[in-house]
Write a protein that binds this ligand. Structure first.
Ligand code: FAD
Length: 106
């Protein structure tokens, strides 16, 4: 476990989406503050634990893009998901690109 100083300005319990977003926002708004995120899971996590296909709604997208300043990252590194999508079965379903997709185009 990493040693941390006894005095911290901000301590965040849990390094999930909320905790890490909060830590980033605190870092941006309080650059001098000492911030510690306490996370119980060991990292790096096994590859199978990475989530693929997570999506977010407009209000969260606004927060990530404009409040946390991640707009460029979102535009360049993430895929837009236009509302609810359905993927119908194809073969053994092992290849998502062969499955028929139903959802909005714009
Ligand atoms: C299968 C699945 C699919 C989902 N898909 C979507 C999606 O597409 N879009 C979407 O917006 N949301 C989705 N969600 C919901 C989304 O994952 C949660 O809303 C979001 O992760 C909640 O963030 P959080 O930071 O509150 O909690 P978490 O992400 O759960 O983070 C909490 C963290 O706290 C840590 N922790 C817990 N107890 C302690 C402790 N005592 N000490 C230290 N650390 C601790 C945990 O290890 C964890 O890392 C999905 C959820 C699941 C389960």
């Amino acid at each position: 476990m990493q040693q941390i100083k006894e005095q911290q300005d901000i301590v965040i319990l849990g390094g999930g989406l909320a905790g890490l977003s909060c830590a980033l926002q605190c870092r941006q708004q309080l650059p001098q503050a000492t911030i510690t995120v306490l996370e119980k899971r060991h990292h790096p996590v096994p590859e199978a634990a990475f989530k693929v296909g997570e999506s977010t709604v407009e209000v969260a997208a606004h927060y990530f893009a404009n409040v946390l300043g991640l707009k460029q990252h979102i535009l360049e590194q993430q895929l837009p998901k236009l509302g609810l999508r359905f993927f119908f079965p194809a073969g053994d379903n092992s290849r998502i690109e062969t499955r028929r997709e139903l959802g909005g185009k714009r």
